[in-house]
Design a protein around this ligand. Structure first.
Ligand SMILES: Cc1ncc(COP(=O)(O)O)c(C=O)c1O
Length: 370
């Protein structure tokens, strides 16, 4: 049955028979499977896969950047290499797979940009209609990729929260299935595969610290869910990476809640940042995100836009990775946390570059010319 939220009004999560999954989901079996996120078949929802080859992105060692920070083991998980250029491909591949299997015909999404681009691509691939609702100042690449894929693109003067309201109000009447962040169960399932991949790519170990640019927080919640599943399957023990959420200085609702010791976020006033994916003034799954960070021993930090572009140049010039500003924010965070000794020199630290810089040419141009 097509479902959005749990009866309690919160995010609905998929559950699996993990002891059964563990019987066939082994490292040996994985070695022979295709290099997409669907290799973790046993712990993903059923349905004929709507795939463009998402997942199994490179985990790139960054020794030059590490040395400049006084660290020895720094890696970037480069999600910019996914279809449609961002990690949103994973969540939307899973969500579109399930929505089609359950009979949806038109999928609607409020988006900061990249999730809309990914939905447009996967809906086209699945032969479904997509309605993409985005702020009017969303990066041009996102608008164009949606239009090219034949999606119905609607631009609103406002933030992603206004787009969310528009979708929620219109979906019942229009017969759309709402695939908003953490308001349907399967985007988390796609995103959690980042956690499984880390374990595989690190030879059956997990990093000490994961730094993730959080807007709606799907990837962070997803990876923590993956680690719990991995423990239930006997792959890992109780130890966990410390989860760090990075936000933009101009839109930091999680940081405000974290600093106040609250489990819920308040609407962040006057949200602004060029890292459009981080312009989420009130993430829906606030309790889940903040609890996951706290339980892992992690923290929340923020970066200014100027810091992000300076760090993005550093990442590109030191390691050849041209990042989205959201991804560059993780470099700002690792510097701050290394200086504070939250990250120790020998900690294995993974930064998530969640999207490619090529999708942000206007803002990169402005940053490089200023
Ligand atoms: C490149 C990029 N990074 C990070 C985010 C934030 O992702 P999430 O909402 O899953 O926290 C987004 C969301 O649009 C994004 O496009």
């Amino acid at each position: 049955m097509l479902r959005n939220l749990c009866d309690c009004g919160r995010t609905l999560f998929a559950r699996y028979d993990l002891p059964r999954a563990a019987r066939t989901l082994t490292r040996q079996a994985l070695a022979a499977r295709p290099a997409t996120m669907w290799r973790y078949d046993e712990v993903l929802p059923p349905g004929e896969r709507v795939s463009l080859g998402e997942g199994m992105t490179p985990l790139v060692a960054c020794p030059r950047l590490a040395a400049s920070l006084g660290l020895s083991r720094l890696l970037v998980k480069d999600e910019g290499l996914n279809p449609a250029g961002s990690f949103k491909a994973r969540g939307l591949s899973a969500a579109v797979t399930c929505a089609r299997a359950l009979g949806a015909t038109t999928l609607a999404i409020p988006t900061a940009g990249n999730a809309g681009g990914a939905l447009a691509a996967y809906a086209a691939r699945a032969g479904l209609r997509a309605v993409i609702v985005m702020p009017a100042d969303t990066p041009q690449a996102n608008v164009l990729e949606c239009r090219a894929a034949g999606a119905d693109v609607r631009k609103l003067d406002g933030l992603i929260s206004d787009c969310g309201r528009y979708v929620a109000e219109n979906a019942p009447r229009e017969g759309w299935f709402d695939v908003s962040t953490t308001k349907e169960p399967y985007r988390v399932e796609g995103k959690k595969t980042m956690g499984y991949e880390l374990w595989e790519q690190m030879d059956g170990a997990l990093p000490d610290v994961i730094i993730y640019p959080a807007g709606g927080g799907v990837g962070l919640i997803g990876m923590v869910k993956a680690f719990d599943e991995m423990q239930a399957m006997g792959w890992i023990g109780p130890e966990r990476p410390r989860m760090v959420a990075v936000q933009a200085d101009g839109c930091a609702p999680l940081l405000a809640a974290w600093q106040a010791g609250r489990d819920t976020v308040e609407m962040f006033p006057n949200a602004h940042t060029l890292a459009s994916g981080l312009r989420v003034p009130k993430p829906f799954a606030d309790v889940e995100i903040l609890t996951a960070i706290r339980r892992s021993g992690g923290t929340v930090v923020a970066a200014t836009d100027d810091e992000m572009f300076a760090a993005g140049r550093e990442l590109a010039s030191a390691e050849g990775i041209f990042a989205a500003p959201e991804g560059a924010a993780t470099v700002v965070a690792v510097r701050k946390l290394a200086a504070m000794r939250f990250i120790k020199p020998a900690d294995r630290t993974v930064l998530f570059n969640t999207g490619t810089g090529y999708k942000y040419l206007e803002v990169w141009q402005r940053a490089l010319e200023s």
